[in-house]
Design a protein around this ligand. Structure first.
Ligand SMILES: *[C@@H]1O[C@H](CO)[C@@H](O)[C@H](O)[C@H]1NC(C)=O
Ligand SMILES: *[C@@H]1O[C@H](CO)[C@@H](O)[C@H](O)[C@H]1NC(C)=O
Ligand SMILES: *[C@@H]1O[C@H](CO)[C@@H](O)[C@H](O)[C@H]1NC(C)=O
Ligand SMILES: *[C@@H]1O[C@H](CO)[C@@H](O)[C@H](O)[C@H]1NC(C)=O
Ligand SMILES: *[C@@H]1O[C@H](CO)[C@@H](O)[C@H](O)[C@H]1NC(C)=O
Ligand SMILES: *[C@@H]1O[C@H](CO)[C@@H](O)[C@H](O)[C@H]1NC(C)=O
Ligand SMILES: *[C@@H]1O[C@H](CO)[C@@H](O)[C@H](O)[C@H]1NC(C)=O
Length: 660
């Protein structure tokens, strides 16, 4: 192919600029010659997205090295605010959250950094990265000049940006550009004062020289509210479309300056209950080539997607949460493995710039540790004493997660049947009244499941005074659009027949702490030996219950532990921990994700390893084997059975670019 030539001409034009003799490193926008200038020289980046929050720290270097070896010269990353400030004023930059270490690694490996500190990031991340404690002010207008919001943003940025400053390019670090907000043009508020405030705030902490930019969908409509004077406007769009037309949108906001696609989609996101997204390599390669040919700067979103460990996934509206895997059909798999797409993209880049010499780091080996027998430990309802440290709160009407200062996971709502329900009586929530899934039992017998936007009524029977337990799962906060004020829990009253249920006892649950401290196991073992209750008859549903199993890493095999995948044969839906590390949600009964990625570093060769599961719907244990199984092959694309109509249009290659 002779395609590189046009690019060479373009760069040549840029070279004519007489660079100012500057002292020290500099990075600027050249509006005359339509390019970036790095140390006064024309510069074009080919970058890729890696979210450090989705890759275990032990693998940061491996993923960055693979990026470097593909010929990319920059990495783009988001900073999720809620990952670093779990409680107002308490900051965490340790371990997997050690942002300075990540930035240093990028620099050591030879990658520049395009930083996206938000405060809002979208990213298919819980609440688009905003901390849920912002919702303590009930009517807060997020992403606007609302004083409650601005005060928190100012405080956070006052902590974050001074940490960033030494890593700016002009200060000897790797960061060349810093994004303000994210796709603000697709948010309803369209509050220019808010964007201006952010730009001023960023400059006050980072200095006047910092190159700020914005990113919006590639259409004039988005740029109207998204572009901001003093920040360079860029666009984002996926493969398969008209590259020239897309960049014309950027030219609406920036008549001159470098062409930049800040999010070129190498794949696409998934939702539970929808088929796994796959974008053919040929489509990606073609559009990438077209962009590089005209000298554009491109960021590959994603280079590696990684994993939504714990509870970090977000959701779209109408409510559709994303699964644990953020594989994204990217250049590297969720587990960091090289793909055909990686090598194809590398071949394209090769036509435009020199690729580093040396060996591409190989994919990590995977090991199938085999089946682990699981034993029932105890139900959630039996465990309230160890799960709710501070005890319950009484309230006439249901309280939300934020009202009890709980961010993630599960809460339990308890009340009694006010009347005899000898005939099946509907227990109902208004539409969208349960955030997000409610597992209902009456006197320990499962009555059914309410699900946001999908199932709003079940029939119950029971005597007056029977105990109703409703375990409510937060399945991830909406990360895009108006719905980001996503309160969790029972966000509406429930009715039984014609009556509103009242007199609630609400338990905030610290399940992660209890799992980590082994409390569920100790309690479970004690109970199991003294339990005289026969197991209830097998039914379609069983009440939310903890299960545990142990396994050892085999001796005599070199280089163990290795990465692996956990499979849940005939289990339904729940949360899984290994040695206290929350690996995320499993939901093979809905798909498309079937296996859960288990990075080797959570496994121990010294001690026996523990798997803890909270199964919410139905365990396969009686009758039948009760095992989970470690395999060496991921399955994230299982055929999804038809479920309640999902209310979303099917995705195709004509992607909505504003979802990030
Ligand atoms: C792409 O868009 C440009 C600018 O709008 C237009 O001139 C061109 O014809 C389009 N190309 C194709 C193949 O549609
Ligand atoms: C509840 O029971 C009524 C009467 O038996 C029935 O018509 C209705 O479909 C049931 N609702 C659900 C959600 O099962
Ligand atoms: C529940 O109903 C009561 C009484 O009508 C009302 O005051 C309260 O706001 C309702 N709670 C919710 C969450 O809708
Ligand atoms: C709720 O609790 C109050 C106070 O304990 C009691 O007077 C009232 O009868 C209860 N209401 C219901 C419906 O149980
Ligand atoms: C899963 O359930 C099916 C149907 O009950 C059964 O045939 C199969 O053996 C089960 N698989 C495992 C691994 O337990
Ligand atoms: C697994 O749990 C047991 C019992 O609580 C504990 O002794 C052991 O250290 C745990 N293993 C690991 C690797 O944490
Ligand atoms: C899932 O992915 C695997 C590996 O890429 C592929 O072999 C298989 O055909 C896919 N299955 C479905 C149902 O798409």
């Amino acid at each position: 192919m002779v395609l590189p030539r046009r690019d060479a001409i373009l760069l040549f034009l840029c070279v004519i600029t007489v660079p100012f003799a500057t002292a020290g490193p500099s990075f600027t926008v050249d509006y005359k010659k339509d390019c970036f200038l790095k140390d006064g020289e024309p510069f074009r980046y080919i970058s890729g997205s890696i979210h450090y929050s989705r890759v275990p720290r032990v693998y940061w270097k491996d993923r960055l090295l693979k990026m470097y070896m593909a010929g990319l010269n920059a990495i783009q990353t988001y900073i999720p605010w809620n990952f670093h400030e779990p409680t107002p004023g308490l900051y965490d930059f340790t371990g997997d959250r050690d942002l300075p270490h990540f930035l240093q690694l990028c620099q050591d490996i030879g990658l520049l950094v395009i930083l996206r500190p938000g405060p809002y990031i979208c990213a298919e991340w819980d609440m688009g990265g905003l901390p849920s404690w912002l919702l303590k002010k009930k009517d807060i207008v997020l992403r606007s000049s609302d004083p409650g919001y601005i005060t928190a943003v100012d405080k956070w940025m006052g902590k974050l940006l001074p940490m960033i400053k030494p890593f700016l390019y002009q200060n000897g670090g790797p960061i060349i550009t810093v994004q303000v907000e994210n796709e603000y043009g697709s948010y309803f508020a369209c509050d220019y004062n808010y964007l201006r405030h952010l730009a001023k705030l960023f400059r006050s902490h980072l200095g006047e020289q910092v190159v700020l930019f914005t990113t919006d969908g590639a259409s004039v409509g988005y740029l109207k509210c998204g572009a901001l004077e003093g920040a360079y406007a860029t666009v984002d769009f996926g493969p398969g479309g008209n590259v020239t037309a897309a960049f014309e949108a950027q030219r609406y906001a920036e008549a001159r300056g470098p062409l930049v696609n800040s999010e070129f989609y190498t794949g696409w996101l998934d939702h539970w209950g929808e088929p796994h997204s796959v974008i053919p390599t040929a489509v990606v390669v073609k559009s990438l080539n077209e962009m590089l040919e005209i000298g554009a700067n491109v960021n590959l979103y994603m280079f590696i997607g990684g994993t939504n460990f714990g509870y970090w996934n977000g959701a779209n509206s109408p409510y559709a949460p994303q699964p644990t895997s953020y594989d994204y059909d990217a250049l590297l798999t969720e587990a960091g493995d090289l793909t055909e797409k990686y090598f194809a993209v590398r071949d394209v880049i090769k036509m435009y710039k020199k690729i580093p010499d040396g060996v591409v780091p190989p994919s990590t080996p995977k090991f199938a540790y085999g089946p682990v027998e699981m034993k029932k430990l105890r139900t959630v309802s039996e465990s309230l004493d160890i799960l709710s440290f501070s005890g319950p709160v009484k309230s006439p009407y249901p309280l939300t997660f934020v009202e009890l200062n709980q961010a993630f996971g599960f809460m339990l709502y308890q009340t009694t049947l006010p009347i005899d329900c000898s005939k099946p009586t509907p227990l109902s929530s208004p539409f969208n009244g349960v955030h997000d899934r409610a597992y209902v039992t009456i006197d320990g017998v499962v009555a059914g499941i309410l699900e946001r936007d999908k199932a709003i009524s079940i029939n119950v029977t029971g005597k007056a005074g029977s105990h109703i337990h409703i375990l409510v799962e937060n399945m991830g906060r909406v990360n895009y659009g108006k719905g980001i004020n996503d309160f969790k829990g029972l966000v509406s009253n429930l009715t039984l027949g014609a009556d509103t249920l009242t007199n609630w006892t609400v338990y905030s649950l610290s399940i992660d702490e209890a799992v980590r401290d082994g409390l569920i196991w100790e309690a479970g073992v004690r109970r199991a030996s003294s339990s005289a209750n026969p197991s209830p008859p097998p039914a379609a549903l069983s009440q939310p219950t903890f299960y545990g199993g142990t396994f050892q890493i085999p001796d005599g095999i070199p280089d163990l532990p290795q990465d692996t995948y956990l499979q849940f044969p005939n289990w339904s839906k729940g949360q899984v921990w290994i040695n206290g590390f929350n690996l995320g949600r499993y939901w093979p009964s809905r798909g498309p994700q079937v296996t859960i990625f288990v990075p080797a570093h959570v496994l121990s060769t010294r001690a026996v390893n523990n798997v803890t599961i909270l199964e919410l719907e139905a365990a396969p244990c009686s009758p039948g084997p009760c095992v989970v199984k470690f395999t060496d092959t991921p399955i994230i694309n299982a055929t999804v059975k038809a479920i309640t109509p999902c209310m979303r249009e099917p995705l195709n290659t004509q992607h909505h670019s504003w979802l990030h």
